[in-house]
Design a protein. Structure first.
Lengths: 319, 279
């Protein structure tokens, strides 16, 4: 991730140093992106090699020093082959007739969790932005609110997930019953709003005094200044915050699913298949791959947002 | 070159800037600091006036008071006969600083259009005005570039074009060429002299450089620090002489440089290192 983030800076700096009239060297950006992908593939291959190499070379019973096992057993039960895990994805979930392949069950569960996490992320975005705007507008609000916002993250809401669920079950808004997935989304949003609030506040406060004074000479009001100066200037701060928020929302949703016992998501599937690992060790890896894919999709969506907003990130280069 | 923008209205007797007995004190941890003492200054419409003096003489402070970025502790400031804050709200002046202060996410054209957008000018009129301004500062081919793709001199051109967007009758420039190299600086001075003539706007120009002040100005206002005050006003109007590269070699130019230098050093009598550095 850091490698990919650093690359554009280098490219633009090079483009600047050549000459003002020179066009941006388009080929180099593409090559760097290709290199980033290549290193990603190399990284995955290295993990697979390490896994299989250890399984091949280490003793069956693991490495034991002074009666303590410091490295795991290498049996197929403890460490299934990578290819077994992949093959298992294509096989049916259970031995019953008409059972769908494992990957479809995993994909369905991952999509369910993704939806809940996205809802949580959106709520976190709205709450985080609202808090940041209030804190930017009134210095007093920043002094009053910021300690509480930081304190809020020391409360392990995930531990209280069952309580959140029981609170929720008593809520009924305009005849609509509170759904269990909503409790999970609330917990996800609780983890997501924090980095967004802090990042957005820093971003909204980032414009230099020079720019603020310039807008003052234009007699621009609060909303004009917000829309044309503070929000655009906040984008470079907001993007990493949104990415952190997305990662937090996914983790929050998965753990909250486990903790509230919500059916249908990847969290539930993780627990369920882990329980069957003694008989079907490769199966437990299905939802793990699903969870990894989920995190990648969440981070990738924000990266896409970064590409759309790339002109607002020029401030990172000029500084 | 585009036709000069007809900003010069019927000849008025109202001064562009009128400063009367202005004092400014700043409260600091060490006590009150007198930034300006008993400053009197009048800038006529269309006149180019430079404020020159060592660091801490209050020249930037004076400019900020005129721009309503700060308020005077006592005395009276009028911009076209109005209170500075009224003049600011009426967009009677355009301003540019030592740093160009462009918005990095906006193209050259969008940066110039910024004040027009804020004041709700229609898209068609905005486009026409931006075309005119980019041409005036010689950046027509760079209208779609972003600030990080421009040199320092080009960024400063954009800042000046932006300051001219609302067709102000007064330009306030706070060391706009202070961060540029000498060659770019001289080229920008020639351009600014032309632009000032074309637009007919009055200019208040803060600078550290004697040749720069002499080359550009009708009058050079010499200031001195602790407390900040005006110590001399040197008339440097060259009559019909055009402000171009030839002027830099002319003897009238050097005579004026000498006069301003004498005014700068006269009252300090070599007692302050700050002034000696200006030599």
């Amino acid at each position: 991730m850091t490698r990919a983030d650093a690359a554009p800076d280098v490219v633009t700096a090079a483009a600047r140093s050549t000459s003002v009239t020179a066009t941006r060297p388009a080929g180099r950006g593409g090559r760097r992106r290709g290199a980033a992908w290549l290193w990603g593939v190399v990284g995955v291959a290295a993990v697979i090699l390490l896994w299989e190499g250890y399984k091949l070379l280490a003793p069956e019973d693991g490495v034991i020093v002074a009666d303590v096992r410091i490295l795991p057993r290498t049996t197929d039960l403890a460490m299934p082959h990578v290819w077994d895990m992949v093959v298992r994805l294509a096989e049916p979930v259970t031995r019953q007739d008409g059972s769908p392949p494992l990957w479809t069950a995993v994909a369905l569960a991952a999509l369910t969790t993704l939806g809940i996490a996205a809802a949580g992320w959106l709520v976190g975005l709205v709450v985080g932005m609202a808090l940041a705007l209030v804190m930017q507008r009134w210095r007093l609000a920043e002094w009053g609110l910021l300690p509480w916002i930081i304190l809020s993250q020391t409360v392990p809401l995930i531990a209280f997930a069952p309580i959140v669920r029981s609170w929720g079950s008593r809520i009924e808004i305009a005849g609509a019953q509170w759904q269990d997935w909503m409790s999970v989304a609330v917990i996800a949003s609780y983890l997501a709003f924090f980095p967004i609030a802090v990042g957005a506040l820093r971003g909204l406060q980032s414009p230099e005094r020079l720019h603020a004074e310039l807008f003052h000479t234009y007699s621009a009001g609060y909303w004009q200044t917000l829309w044309r100066l503070r929000l655009p200037a906040a984008v470079p701060y907001l993007l990493p915050a949104l990415r952190l928020g997305a990662a937090n929302a996914v983790v929050g949703a998965v753990v909250a699913e486990v903790s509230t016992g919500l059916q249908g998501g990847i969290g539930r599937l993780l627990i369920q298949f882990a329980g069957q690992a003694s008989g079907d060790p490769a199966k437990a890896w299905g939802p793990i791959f699903g969870a990894v894919a989920l995190g990648l999709i969440a981070a990738g969506s924000i990266a896409l947002l970064g590409v759309i907003l790339k002109n607002y990130r020029r401030g990172e280069v000029t500084a | 070159m585009s036709a000069p923008t007809p900003t010069t209205e019927a000849p008025t007797t109202t001064a562009a800037v009128s400063v009367t007995d202005v004092t400014k004190t700043f409260a600091t941890a060490a006590g009150e600091v007198q930034a300006l003492t008993a400053v009197d200054l009048t800038v006529a419409p269309g006149e180019f006036v430079s404020l020159i003096g060592p660091s801490g003489c209050g020249k930037s402070t004076l400019l900020r008071l005129i721009a309503d970025l700060d308020t005077a502790s006592s005395g009276r400031i009028e911009v076209f006969g109005k209170d500075p804050s009224r003049a600011r709200r009426d967009q009677d002046y355009g301003i540019a600083f030592q740093q160009a202060g462009l918005l990095p996410w906006r193209t050259v054209a969008a940066n110039i259009a910024l004040p027009l957008e804020i004041h709700g000018i229609g898209a068609a009129e905005r486009r026409a005005r931006v075309t005119e301004l980019t041409e005036m500062v010689g950046l027509t081919d760079f209208a779609d570039r972003y600030p990080d793709q421009l040199s320092g001199g080009m960024q400063q051109r954009v800042a000046i074009a932006r300051a001219l967007a609302e067709q102000p009758r007064l330009l306030l420039l706070d060391e706009p060429f202070g961060a540029l190299d000498e060659m770019t600086r001289e080229r920008m001075q020639t351009e600014l002299a032309r632009i000032a003539t074309e637009t007919g706007a009055a200019v208040v120009f803060v600078t550290h450089s004697i040749p720069e002040a002499v080359f550009l100005s009708d009058r050079v206002v010499v200031m001195s620090p602790r407390p900040g005050r005006i110590t001399a006003v040197v008339d440097v109007s060259f009559g019909a002489t055009r402000r171009d590269e030839a002027l830099r070699e002319a003897s009238v130019f050097f005579d004026s440089v000498t006069a301003v230098r004498a005014a700068l050093h006269g009252e300090t009598d070599g007692e302050r290192a700050a002034t000696r550095e200006m030599r």
